[in-house]
Design a binder for this molecule. Structure first.
Ligand code: SF4
Length: 353
């Protein structure tokens, strides 16, 4: 039996933070002669990273690898304060593409630590976002990855300690809910932000997937293995669908999919990959989009980039060697109408140039 129908989750794919980061790096590529350096993968998606590599971007895991004076971008996941400080030395142009929702968690951690709280941070060991966040107040924070981790900490903390609970933005809601409930039981006076740190994009993509996973014979999640929100989508789908596959692209689809297939994409996966997967699945009865909410969040370019672009018209006149930006991207007077252009268009434009 071939694939009969595809249930396509909406929202899916690029979130506002990823849009911001990709567009910012694309500007760096256009403005500076290669190589442009990027600390960590700009976003965790193999296709996006490979596209930038092809444009001369060099991804590094240590800012010491970046030559003095070379342009450097810091990834969307947020960097440790000492990394940001080190990056800004040696005459480099540094643009920090951290998502504002990650910055919000950094801020919460800084404030709670200053107020004397012990902070439980729910996250995944070794993930760049968790590493960068915990480095904000390493002496005050403890990584928590499971409910037993909460119990273990409760046994070690002095009675009456002020305790706060923060989280990585891309967790699965079910994973978060279990740990939060346990922490509330263990620490009745627990401090938490008014809204959980799980971001709107994580929440919306998981809600859309929940709406289709129970009706599908198999769910396909497009995204890279090191993408935390993609892994969370896999987890969500597994709760209600017997077969869940994560693929980087259409070439990884197995040949035995049949019946109804649910399809979604992680927050760093380009929509072009969704189109390729749909072409390969070729559902006999068509595609049904299951839309659970509108998403119109927009994050403007990083301030350092805005400053850089403000002088772009003059810089272009002085021959920086960058191709002129398109009319939709630069309004009269050099103001960037960034919102009008999608990251997908920008990526496609880079490949053409
Ligand atoms: S998934 Fe959420 S926190 Fe991460 S970049 Fe997107 S909006 Fe920001």
């Amino acid at each position: 039996m071939p694939v009969e129908r595809v249930l396509l989750a909406s929202p899916r794919g690029f979130c506002a933070g990823v849009e911001k980061a990709i567009k910012a790096l694309a500007w760096m590529v256009r403005v500076f002669e290669p190589p442009v350096y990027c600390y960590h993968e700009i976003v965790h998606n193999r296709h996006v990273v490979d596209q930038f590599r092809a444009q001369g971007v060099v991804f590094v895991d240590d800012v010491d690898e970046v030559p003095p004076g070379a342009p450097l971008m810091l990834s969307a996941h947020g960097s440790a304060p000492e990394v940001v400080l080190a990056a800004r030395t040696q005459g480099r142009t540094v643009v920090d593409a951290v998502c504002p929702l990650v910055t919000k968690v950094h801020h919460e951690l800084k404030v709670r630590a200053r107020k004397g709280y012990t902070v439980l941070y729910v996250g995944h060991q070794g993930h760049e976002e968790a590493v960068g966040t915990m480095a904000v107040a390493p002496d005050a924070v403890h990584l928590v990855q499971s409910e037993p981790d909460v119990d273990a900490l409760a046994g070690r903390l002095a009675a009456g300690s002020a305790v706060a609970l923060l989280a990585q933005t891309t967790l699965s809601h079910d994973e978060w809910a279990g740990i939060m409930a346990r922490a509330r039981r263990q620490f009745p006076d627990l401090w938490m932000p008014n809204r959980s740190d799980l971001c709107f994009a994580t929440t919306n993509r998981q809600a859309a997937l929940k709406a289709i996973a129970g009706k599908a014979d198999a769910v396909v999640v497009i995204g890279s293995e090191n993408s935390s929100n993609t892994r969370a989508l896999e987890q969500v789908a597994r709760a209600s669908c017997p077969r869940v596959l994560r693929v980087n692209g259409a070439d990884e689809l197995p040949g035995d999919l049949e019946g109804t297939v649910g399809l979604t994409a992680g927050a760093s996966a380009p929509e072009a990959l969704v189109d390729e997967v749909l072409d390969r699945l070729a559902p006999r009865l068509g595609i049904e989009v299951v839309h659970v909410t509108d998403e119109d969040e927009y994050f403007p370019p990083p301030p350092e980039l805005r400053d850089l672009l403000r002088g772009l018209a003059g810089a272009l006149g002085l021959g920086l060697g960058a191709p002129a930006p398109g009319p939709a991207e630069v309004e009269s007077g050099g103001q960037v109408a960034d919102r009008l252009v999608s990251a997908a268009e920008v990526l496609a434009g880079l490949v053409r140039e």
